[in-house]
Design a protein around this ligand. Sequence first.
Ligand code: AMP
Length: 219
Amino acid sequence: MSEKESFRCKLVTYDEIVEWTRDLAKKIRACDCKPTVIIGLTRGGWVPARLLCDLLGVKKLYAVKTEHWGVTANPDGKALLTQELNARIDDEEVLLVDDITDTGESMSIAKAHLQDMRPGVLKTAALLHITRSTFVPDFYSVEVPADGWTWFIFPWNRNEDLRTLLPKTLYEEKGEADIQKAFREQFQIDVPLEDIRTTLEDLEAAGTVTRAGEKWTRA
Ligand code: AMP
Protein backbone atom coordinates (compact mmCIF):
# COMPACT_ATOMS: atom_id res chain seq x y z
CA MET A 1 0.00 0.00 0.00
CA SER A 2 1.43 3.43 -0.93
CA GLU A 3 1.02 6.85 0.66
CA LYS A 4 -2.41 8.54 0.82
CA GLU A 5 -2.03 12.15 -0.36
CA SER A 6 -4.62 14.71 0.61
CA PHE A 7 -5.21 18.44 -0.05
CA ARG A 8 -8.18 20.72 -0.58
CA CYS A 9 -9.48 21.14 -4.15
CA LYS A 10 -12.44 22.97 -5.66
CA LEU A 11 -14.21 22.20 -8.92
CA VAL A 12 -14.76 25.62 -10.50
CA THR A 13 -17.73 26.11 -12.84
CA TYR A 14 -17.93 28.27 -15.96
CA ASP A 15 -20.64 30.31 -14.18
CA GLU A 16 -18.12 31.20 -11.47
CA ILE A 17 -15.55 32.13 -14.13
CA VAL A 18 -18.05 34.49 -15.76
CA GLU A 19 -19.02 35.98 -12.38
CA TRP A 20 -15.38 36.58 -11.33
CA THR A 21 -14.44 37.99 -14.75
CA ARG A 22 -17.39 40.41 -14.72
CA ASP A 23 -16.38 41.52 -11.24
CA LEU A 24 -12.81 42.11 -12.47
CA ALA A 25 -14.06 44.15 -15.42
CA LYS A 26 -16.14 46.27 -13.03
CA LYS A 27 -13.09 46.96 -10.84
CA ILE A 28 -10.95 47.83 -13.86
CA ARG A 29 -13.58 50.27 -15.20
CA ALA A 30 -14.04 51.84 -11.77
CA CYS A 31 -10.40 52.92 -11.64
CA ASP A 32 -10.64 54.56 -15.05
CA CYS A 33 -8.31 52.07 -16.69
CA LYS A 34 -8.88 51.67 -20.41
CA PRO A 35 -6.64 48.87 -21.63
CA THR A 36 -5.82 48.96 -25.34
CA VAL A 37 -4.04 45.58 -25.21
CA ILE A 38 -4.78 42.49 -23.12
CA ILE A 39 -2.12 39.84 -22.67
CA GLY A 40 -3.14 36.39 -21.44
CA LEU A 41 -0.59 34.55 -19.35
CA THR A 42 -0.97 31.04 -20.71
CA ARG A 43 -2.28 28.63 -20.28
CA GLY A 44 -4.46 29.65 -17.30
CA GLY A 45 -4.99 33.28 -18.28
CA TRP A 46 -6.28 32.61 -21.79
CA VAL A 47 -10.02 32.23 -21.15
CA PRO A 48 -10.23 35.10 -18.62
CA ALA A 49 -8.19 37.32 -20.99
CA ARG A 50 -10.55 36.59 -23.89
CA LEU A 51 -13.62 37.27 -21.72
CA LEU A 52 -12.11 40.55 -20.52
CA CYS A 53 -11.52 41.62 -24.15
CA ASP A 54 -15.23 41.19 -24.74
CA LEU A 55 -16.29 42.96 -21.53
CA LEU A 56 -13.87 45.87 -21.94
CA GLY A 57 -14.08 46.18 -25.74
CA VAL A 58 -10.41 45.37 -26.41
CA LYS A 59 -9.40 44.10 -29.87
CA LYS A 60 -5.71 43.40 -29.31
CA LEU A 61 -5.26 40.10 -27.47
CA TYR A 62 -1.77 38.62 -27.19
CA ALA A 63 -0.09 35.88 -25.16
CA VAL A 64 3.02 35.12 -23.17
CA LYS A 65 3.70 31.76 -21.53
CA THR A 66 5.29 30.79 -18.27
CA GLU A 67 5.78 27.28 -16.93
CA HIS A 68 5.87 26.47 -13.27
CA TRP A 69 3.30 24.01 -11.95
CA GLY A 70 4.16 21.01 -14.16
CA VAL A 71 1.35 18.78 -12.91
CA THR A 72 -1.67 19.48 -10.71
CA ALA A 73 -0.70 20.97 -7.34
CA ASN A 74 3.03 20.26 -7.78
CA PRO A 75 5.36 23.18 -8.48
CA ASP A 76 8.42 22.35 -10.62
CA GLY A 77 10.89 24.68 -8.95
CA LYS A 78 11.24 28.20 -10.40
CA ALA A 79 8.82 29.63 -12.96
CA LEU A 80 10.28 30.18 -16.45
CA LEU A 81 9.15 32.43 -19.28
CA THR A 82 8.84 29.98 -22.21
CA GLN A 83 7.04 32.18 -24.77
CA GLU A 84 7.97 35.83 -25.16
CA LEU A 85 5.58 38.44 -26.50
CA ASN A 86 5.77 38.71 -30.30
CA ALA A 87 3.92 42.01 -30.71
CA ARG A 88 4.76 45.69 -30.07
CA ILE A 89 3.21 47.28 -27.01
CA ASP A 90 5.12 50.56 -26.79
CA ASP A 91 2.80 53.32 -25.59
CA GLU A 92 -0.14 50.90 -25.21
CA GLU A 93 -2.23 50.56 -22.04
CA VAL A 94 -1.54 46.93 -21.27
CA LEU A 95 -3.43 44.57 -18.98
CA LEU A 96 -1.68 41.28 -18.14
CA VAL A 97 -4.20 38.61 -17.07
CA ASP A 98 -3.89 35.26 -15.29
CA ASP A 99 -6.33 32.91 -13.58
CA ILE A 100 -4.66 32.87 -10.14
CA THR A 101 -1.64 34.24 -8.28
CA ASP A 102 -0.39 31.54 -5.92
CA THR A 103 3.38 31.82 -5.47
CA GLY A 104 3.17 34.93 -7.69
CA GLU A 105 6.30 33.94 -9.65
CA SER A 106 4.57 33.64 -13.03
CA MET A 107 3.06 37.13 -12.90
CA SER A 108 6.29 38.52 -11.58
CA ILE A 109 8.48 37.25 -14.44
CA ALA A 110 5.85 37.98 -17.10
CA LYS A 111 5.44 41.55 -15.84
CA ALA A 112 9.22 42.12 -15.82
CA HIS A 113 9.39 40.84 -19.43
CA LEU A 114 6.59 43.18 -20.57
CA GLN A 115 8.04 46.14 -18.70
CA ASP A 116 11.20 45.76 -20.84
CA MET A 117 9.01 46.29 -23.92
CA ARG A 118 8.15 49.83 -22.78
CA PRO A 119 4.35 49.85 -22.56
CA GLY A 120 2.67 53.20 -21.80
CA VAL A 121 0.84 51.66 -18.82
CA LEU A 122 1.11 48.11 -17.47
CA LYS A 123 -1.47 46.69 -15.05
CA THR A 124 -2.10 43.14 -13.87
CA ALA A 125 -5.26 41.19 -13.07
CA ALA A 126 -6.12 37.71 -11.77
CA LEU A 127 -9.46 36.10 -11.01
CA LEU A 128 -8.16 34.71 -7.71
CA HIS A 129 -5.35 35.90 -5.46
CA ILE A 130 -3.93 33.73 -2.67
CA THR A 131 -2.59 36.02 0.02
CA ARG A 132 0.68 34.06 0.35
CA SER A 133 1.63 35.24 -3.17
CA THR A 134 4.72 37.48 -3.30
CA PHE A 135 3.05 39.33 -6.19
CA VAL A 136 -0.18 41.28 -5.63
CA PRO A 137 -2.09 41.98 -8.87
CA ASP A 138 -3.55 45.46 -9.38
CA PHE A 139 -6.98 43.84 -9.75
CA TYR A 140 -8.44 40.58 -8.53
CA SER A 141 -11.92 39.30 -7.84
CA VAL A 142 -11.53 36.78 -5.02
CA GLU A 143 -8.99 36.86 -2.21
CA VAL A 144 -8.09 33.41 -0.84
CA PRO A 145 -6.45 33.43 2.61
CA ALA A 146 -3.08 31.65 2.71
CA ASP A 147 -4.39 29.17 5.28
CA GLY A 148 -7.31 28.39 2.95
CA TRP A 149 -4.93 27.24 0.19
CA THR A 150 -6.86 25.26 -2.37
CA TRP A 151 -6.07 23.70 -5.74
CA PHE A 152 -8.69 25.25 -8.05
CA ILE A 153 -9.75 22.85 -10.79
CA PHE A 154 -10.60 25.34 -13.53
CA PRO A 155 -13.11 24.11 -16.13
CA TRP A 156 -10.48 24.36 -18.87
CA ASN A 157 -8.17 22.11 -16.86
CA ARG A 158 -10.70 19.66 -15.44
CA ASN A 159 -9.72 16.55 -17.41
CA GLU A 160 -6.01 17.16 -16.96
CA ASP A 161 -6.42 17.68 -13.20
CA LEU A 162 -8.63 14.61 -12.79
CA ARG A 163 -6.04 12.52 -14.64
CA THR A 164 -3.43 13.68 -12.13
CA LEU A 165 -5.60 13.32 -9.03
CA LEU A 166 -7.28 9.99 -9.74
CA PRO A 167 -4.13 7.82 -9.43
CA LYS A 168 -3.61 9.37 -5.98
CA THR A 169 -6.88 7.71 -4.88
CA LEU A 170 -5.44 4.33 -5.91
CA TYR A 171 -3.07 3.95 -2.96
CA GLU A 172 -4.93 0.63 -2.78
CA GLU A 173 -7.08 -1.06 -5.44
CA LYS A 174 -10.59 0.32 -5.81
CA GLY A 175 -13.84 0.14 -7.78
CA GLU A 176 -15.40 3.25 -9.34
CA ALA A 177 -17.72 4.08 -6.41
CA ASP A 178 -14.80 3.85 -3.96
CA ILE A 179 -12.71 6.13 -6.16
CA GLN A 180 -15.58 8.63 -5.98
CA LYS A 181 -15.58 8.33 -2.18
CA ALA A 182 -11.81 8.79 -2.08
CA PHE A 183 -12.08 12.00 -4.15
CA ARG A 184 -14.37 13.33 -1.39
CA GLU A 185 -12.12 12.23 1.45
CA GLN A 186 -8.74 13.17 -0.02
CA PHE A 187 -9.63 16.23 -2.13
CA GLN A 188 -13.06 17.39 -0.91
CA ILE A 189 -14.63 17.26 -4.37
CA ASP A 190 -17.71 15.50 -5.74
CA VAL A 191 -16.74 13.97 -9.06
CA PRO A 192 -19.59 12.46 -11.12
CA LEU A 193 -19.14 8.74 -11.88
CA GLU A 194 -19.23 9.54 -15.58
CA ASP A 195 -16.09 11.71 -15.23
CA ILE A 196 -14.41 8.99 -13.17
CA ARG A 197 -15.06 6.47 -15.97
CA THR A 198 -13.73 8.78 -18.70
CA THR A 199 -10.65 9.54 -16.65
CA LEU A 200 -10.03 5.84 -16.01
CA GLU A 201 -10.31 5.14 -19.76
CA ASP A 202 -7.76 7.89 -20.51
CA LEU A 203 -5.40 6.63 -17.81
CA GLU A 204 -5.75 3.02 -18.95
CA ALA A 205 -4.93 4.03 -22.54
CA ALA A 206 -1.86 5.87 -21.25
CA GLY A 207 -0.79 2.80 -19.25
CA THR A 208 -1.08 4.63 -15.90
CA VAL A 209 -3.74 2.35 -14.38
CA THR A 210 -4.80 -1.26 -14.96
CA ARG A 211 -8.07 -3.06 -14.44
CA ALA A 212 -8.76 -6.47 -12.88
CA GLY A 213 -12.51 -7.17 -13.04
CA GLU A 214 -14.25 -4.23 -11.33
CA LYS A 215 -11.10 -3.06 -9.53
CA TRP A 216 -8.50 -0.54 -10.62
CA THR A 217 -4.85 -0.22 -9.56
CA ARG A 218 -1.90 1.95 -10.49
CA ALA A 219 0.16 0.31 -13.24
P1 AMP B 1 2.08 30.94 -9.60
O1 AMP B 1 2.43 30.00 -8.49
O2 AMP B 1 1.45 32.20 -9.06
O3 AMP B 1 3.31 31.25 -10.44
O4 AMP B 1 1.01 30.20 -10.50
C1 AMP B 1 1.26 29.85 -11.84
C2 AMP B 1 0.08 29.19 -12.51
O5 AMP B 1 -0.11 27.87 -11.98
C3 AMP B 1 -1.27 29.86 -12.33
O6 AMP B 1 -1.48 30.81 -13.33
C4 AMP B 1 -2.24 28.69 -12.47
O7 AMP B 1 -2.51 28.42 -13.82
C5 AMP B 1 -1.47 27.55 -11.83
N1 AMP B 1 -1.79 27.47 -10.39
C6 AMP B 1 -0.97 27.83 -9.38
N2 AMP B 1 -1.56 27.62 -8.18
C7 AMP B 1 -2.80 27.15 -8.44
C8 AMP B 1 -3.89 26.76 -7.60
N3 AMP B 1 -3.84 26.85 -6.28
N4 AMP B 1 -5.01 26.30 -8.21
C9 AMP B 1 -5.07 26.19 -9.57
N5 AMP B 1 -4.08 26.56 -10.40
C10 AMP B 1 -2.95 27.04 -9.85
